[in-house]
Design a protein around this ligand. Structure first.
Ligand SMILES: O=C(O)CCC(=O)N[C@@H](CCC(=O)O)C(=O)O
Ligand SMILES: [Zn+2]
Length: 355
């Protein structure tokens, strides 16, 4: 029995090294990853496979960054999944040699299989312990279990390195927006609990082709805020274009993201442009509008892109007992979604700002 399972792990390792098909195996044969295992790529990189969709690459050389790259927290946001699948494949097959510690996370594998945002619940509202807050009569589910697992893995990954070594923590949680956006790529910079916004981090995002930044003004239960708040990471939710089915993304749109992430994990010079305010469109969140009633309705065209702006007093949304209007001239909409559960965020409004 033990020999059989040893053989099966050895076979999996051989497949991973030869085909680099970690995501495919994670989705089609998750039981291969029921037990964690380790192996080496040549003599330079230790690979730690912790579970389906969860893989760590550690250089044996000196490093100074601990980098988490997550994707697929929403199962139908395919471009980031394809980007990460390809990066992992190239690392496993020896085409890229990482020089930093890197953790790749493929978040919601069952939701990928049904090409949906989630199976039972929006996983990106379940972090910072929200996964254990069950409402009366509510059952534990796979998304809640996975959110807890992802939290634990990220925490252990960062805490494995002694803090006194002056290391820098990064977390890019890669998503795509449900609707088109006036600015095709943008990042949510989670609430910093009073800490200053970091211009160096924005320079890295700019190198990724992300020039639009949305400064969040309050705590949330998203994955990126978890890493900021509990683990002191430089973490972002990065929106890369619009949701498309697997295989239908124009990957040329993401070449800057791929190049910059590759350089970051390989400790190559990022060749960052000096910080210049004029390179960015920076917005702060003005209103976080949560759906309170079943009849919550958005009052603009269903295909209005993210960052469409409205005159002051324009009615943006309404529901029984409440109207939501633009409070400023040019207030813009982001992530409108009337189909969320009652109590969840149905719309953000943003206004231009500077840092
Ligand atoms: O396009 C949409 O409506 C949603 C795209 C998406 O999944 N966005 C993230 C943003 C998370 C954050 O605010 O940091 C989400 O809604 O979970
Ligand atoms: Zn998403």
């Amino acid at each position: 029995m033990q020999n059989t399972s040893k053989t099966s792990v050895q076979n999996t390792i051989e497949m991973l090294k030869q085909q680099g098909n970690f995501l495919t195996l994670s989705r089609t044969q998750p039981s291969l990853f029921d037990t964690s295992f380790q192996f080496f790529i040549d003599a330079h990189t230790r690979v730690n496979v912790l579970a389906e969709g969860i893989i760590i690459f550690e250089t044996i050389a000196q490093s100074d960054k601990d980098i988490v790259i997550s994707c697929g927290v929403h199962g139908n946001e395919t471009a980031p999944i394809e980007i990460c699948d390809d990066l992992v494949r190239r690392i496993l097959m020896g085409e890229i040699v990482v020089k930093q510690r890197v953790l790749f996370l493929f978040g919601n594998l069952p939701a990928m299989d049904i090409a949906q945002r989630f199976t039972e619940e929006n996983m990106n509202r379940l972090f910072s312990g929200e996964h254990q807050n069950l409402a009366a009569g509510q059952q534990m589910n796979d998304e809640r279990r996975r959110a807890k697992q992802l939290e634990d893995v990220v925490r252990n990954f960062y805490l494995a390195m002694p803090a006194e070594q002056n290391r820098c923590r990064f977390h890019y949680d890669l998503h795509t927006a449900i609707r088109a956006s006036k600015n095709d790529k943008f990042a949510v910079y989670p609430f910093q609990n009073g800490k200053a916004w970091d211009k160096y981090q924005l320079q890295i995002l700019l190198a990724c082709g992300v020039n639009t930044i949305l400064l969040s003004g309050s705590p949330t239960t998203t994955f990126s805020y978890y890493s900021v708040n509990e683990l002191n990471a430089n973490a972002f939710t990065v929106e890369l274009g619009k949701v498309m089915p697997f295989g239908q993304n124009n990957m040329d749109n993401f070449s800057q993201v791929v190049t910059t992430l590759t350089k970051l994990i390989c400790a190559e010079d990022l060749m960052l442009k000096d910080y210049n305010d004029a390179d960015f469109l920076i917005y702060e969140v003005n209103q976080v509008i949560n759906k309170q009633q079943a009849d919550f309705t958005l009052n603009f065209a269903p295909d209005a892109p993210n960052f469409s702006d409205f005159p002051k007093e324009h009615l943006l949304a309404h529901e029984t007992g409440c109207e939501y209007r633009a409070q400023f001239e040019g207030e813009a909409i982001v992530f409108p979604n009337a189909d969320v559960e009652i109590g969840q965020r149905a719309l953000l409004t943003v206004i231009p700002t500077h840092i």
